[in-house]
Design a protein around this ligand. Sequence first.
Ligand code: ATP
Ligand code: MG
Length: 422
Amino acid sequence: VPSAEIVAVGTELLLGQLVDTNTAFIAQALAGIGMDVHGTHTVGDNRERIAELVGGALERADGVITSGGLGPTVDDVTKEAVCDALGAGTRVDGEAIEAMEALFASAGRELRENNRKQAILPHGATVLKNAHGTAPGFVAWRADGKFVACVPGVPFEMKAMVAGQLLPLLERHFHLRETIVTHTLHTFGIAESEIDHRIADLFEQSDNPKIAVLAHRFTCDVKLNGKAQNREEAQALIAPMADEIRARLGAVIYGSDSETLAFVVLQLMRERGERLGVAESCTGGLVSAELTAVAGASDVFVGGVVAYDNDTKTRVLGVPPKRIAEFGAVSGEVASDMAQGARTNLGSDWAVSVTGVAGPSGGTSEKPVGLVYAAIVGPYGVTAHRLQLSGERAQVQQRATIHALGLLWRRLRAEPKGARET
Ligand code: ATP
Ligand code: MG
């Protein structure tokens, strides 16, 4: 199996100002075509150190993939460093110049000398066109068949180039016949240990697909990795195992692969022809943000209110002041009132509310940090749920968000439209 090392270029990465997400994407992409990744590295925008790192990686692996440092500025030196490492000369890519000229003309800008620098490529390199930006990528070859592939740092330019051009090229070059397909089942409201208990025997039996359980905030994923000659075969290996796991875990599985809780909630509500409103205190809009992150949310999600101050809970959501005085803003009673107020004032069929103590201060012995109430109101009434969440402020807020959506999902599943007379 051919191997590769990945190099992320950028001084910002070394300073901790930027989190390296490119390496994770490239690593997953290579796994998907059956290439082994034997090492990942980070290096600053320094010609000598990049050249040394790339040269060393080429001794160990069949190829190196770098991201970043292909731009027009003086600190972009990846290309020069790769030429140094390979002992390669350079050439100007006429097509890349033309593409840049067209792009700049359409934007009414003039092509500068430093942009032309981007069209200089190592001699003999294969060009990877950049559909979303100016800097082309390339694959430079060593005489022994080893390669250095360089892609831009901007994630969406990099992703399109890797998926659309680099992977097919590597598959052809190395005659790769193995692919790994991952199928993920998402669960809500079940502990990792309980999942483990229910499917432990499958774990042990099954080598292909490999099964892994991954705990993740309040949800837990079961991942199935199938390895085969092509996608279809890998999927065929995965399917019966996925069915078996669905049968065993059943009611706790809310979706698969890219489906989020917010996506599933919106989809279920859309099927019912119903709409959703939100009232948030301690999550400050995160529930609404999760919902609006889903494309096409507008036909279901009517809107959300961030009612942080008690006075806002009263004015905007109609929570009676005496209920706040009696039970406190962080209570099942006030959560229920907030949800009902949102449903009434926003005119939705359903509403979800969250109120709690996110911390780090503001906790009392009666209402400690991490105490959160979520309420769900729908056509058949209101339910309030008490949660005791752990973690620092941002985690409490995120967990509360996921939990609120999970509780809503459960009610949607348990209460089919028109199941009960009102
Ligand atoms: P440009 O033409 O924009 O200069 P480039 O190929 O030179 O592209 P860089 O200058 O290294 O790339 O990075 C551009 C931007 O891309 C960075 O500011 C950063 O936002 C993002 N980026 C770069 N490397 C990574 C990475 N490893 N992970 C996530 N984001 C990255
Ligand atoms: Mg740059």
